[in-house]
Design a protein around this ligand. Structure first.
Ligand SMILES: NC(=O)c1ccc[n+]([C@@H]2O[C@H](COP(=O)([O-])OP(=O)(O)OC[C@H]3O[C@@H](n4cnc5c(N)ncnc54)[C@H](OP(=O)(O)O)[C@@H]3O)[C@@H](O)[C@H]2O)c1
Length: 366
């Protein structure tokens, strides 16, 4: 029996009352927890809604140089698919464009198409086979940097990439050269290109390299720095980066570029140039109207142009890694709620089906 006093009167209660008290405390704690969860969920929903509705800050990168030169954007892998659409979108926003690919004829066609659509846009071409980026005689990054040194380059988009052929298969079924070339294309090339162009984007190149590159006609003879900042680096990655079966090394290459760009964003903050160069890596889901499929677009498999717009719309969103297209983000959000063991089965079932379709088509000779 317990006792307490109010206004001098002794009151007593039995153990049952303390149970009620405990129940009250329990209710208060669960209510507080519930309110906390509601607040957190509301915050997440609001910040997600804001992510997909806020206006892009792409215009920040459209500044002109001191001599009044228009900003340039380099988009790797812009002879086709998402990269080509990004090139058109950026030309539409007022950028001059550097298109890149491995096929000069295709790039000349794209250049002519951009000029026809946007007569004010200047277009340059860079040809380099990204899968051979370990061979200096094939891809010379210093030469690429010097080719761009006279431009007011403010945007670099690392978009060149592809899966192997055939697209779906167990790791050991591919020749080691195929695996290596794919890793070069998807991971080594964007790493080396970004390393080569970082001084240009930070506006340090001419100041630092005038002595080394004095014989290059494209390098400014004045030796003065031409600030390009703020500058923007965009990486086009894939949602397969979390480890998808039957596209294992493509998946690994894409994961590597996310880690690279995330690390660079932290490096920027660490060394104090985060206000000068924005770095954002995109996790892209299934897309159509690209080289491997021309299927009709759906909500969850949009056209390359839709994805290109979504990618540019997320500029300045404040995240280093983002799913640019909201229906893909919804898919990812729902999948993140599924327990890991079930998720593995879901992914395996989907990928098994992809391989079955691929093998069926190969048998039919399609
Ligand atoms: N489509 C999707 O469902 C999807 C999903 C997630 C992520 N992504 C990523 O999005 C990016 C663009 O893909 P996409 O679907 O638009 O593909 P795409 O239509 O095949 O375009 C790929 C571009 O990269 C270029 N490229 C390929 N191999 C190259 C090499 N060895 N050297 C230089 N350039 C090369 C291609 O040039 P050619 O014209 O010479 O082939 C083309 O310009 C890739 O990084 C891809 O991994 C795509």
């Amino acid at each position: 029996m317990n006792e307490w006093s109010i206004d001098g009167r002794n009151l007593t209660w039995d153990g049952g009352f303390s149970e009620v008290n405990a129940m009250g405390s329990f209710t208060s704690i669960t209510s507080a927890l519930g309110a906390g969860v509601m607040l957190y969920v509301s915050y997440k929903l609001l910040s997600t809604a804001r992510l997909y509705t806020r206006s892009s800050s792409l215009h920040r990168y459209l500044h002109t140089s001191a001599s009044g030169e228009r900003a340039w954007a380099l988009i790797t892998g812009s002879s086709n698919g998402i990269g080509k659409c990004l090139a058109f979108e950026l030309a539409g926003h007022g950028f001059n464009i550097v298109v890149h690919g491995r096929n000069a004829d295709k790039l000349e066609t794209v250049r002519d198409e951009i000029r026809a659509a946007y007569p004010d846009a200047e277009v340059r071409i860079i040809v380099a086979d990204a899968s051979q980026c370990h061979r200096r005689e094939v891809v010379d990054f210093e030469r690429i940097r010097n080719q761009l040194a006279d431009l007011h380059l403010t945007v670099l988009i690392n978009c060149a990439g592809a899966g192997p052929k055939p697209a779906f298969g167990a790791l050991e079924t591919y020749a080691s050269e195929e695996i290596l070339e794919n890793l070069h294309l998807n991971a080594a090339f964007p790493t080396l290109l970004t390393a080569a162009l970082m001084p240009v984007l930070k506006g340090e190149h001419n100041k630092r390299d005038t002595k080394d590159t004095s014989r290059e006609t494209t390098t400014e003879s004045s030796g003065t720095s031409r600030p390009r900042h703020p500058a923007l680096i965009i990486n086009i990655g894939s949602v397969t980066d979390e480890g998808f079966p039957l596209v294992s090394f493509y998946s690994a290459g894409k994961a590597a570029t996310h880690a690279l760009h995330k690390a660079l964003a932290r490096e920027a903050a660490l060394d104090g140039w985060d206000g000068e160069v924005e770095i954002i890596s995109h996790r892209v889901g299934a897309v159509t109207e690209v080289s491997h499929t021309q299927a009709s677009p759906t909500l969850f498999r949009p056209a390359a142009r839709t994805i290109a717009k979504a990618i540019l719309a997320r500029t300045g969103c404040g995240r280093n890694i983002v799913v640019p297209y909201w229906p893909h983000a919804l898919q990812q959000g729902l999948l993140s709620l599924v327990p890991a063991s079930i998720l593995d089965r879901v992914i395996n079932t989907a990928m098994r089906e992809e391989r079955r379709v691929q093998d069926g088509e190969a048998k039919k000779g399609l």
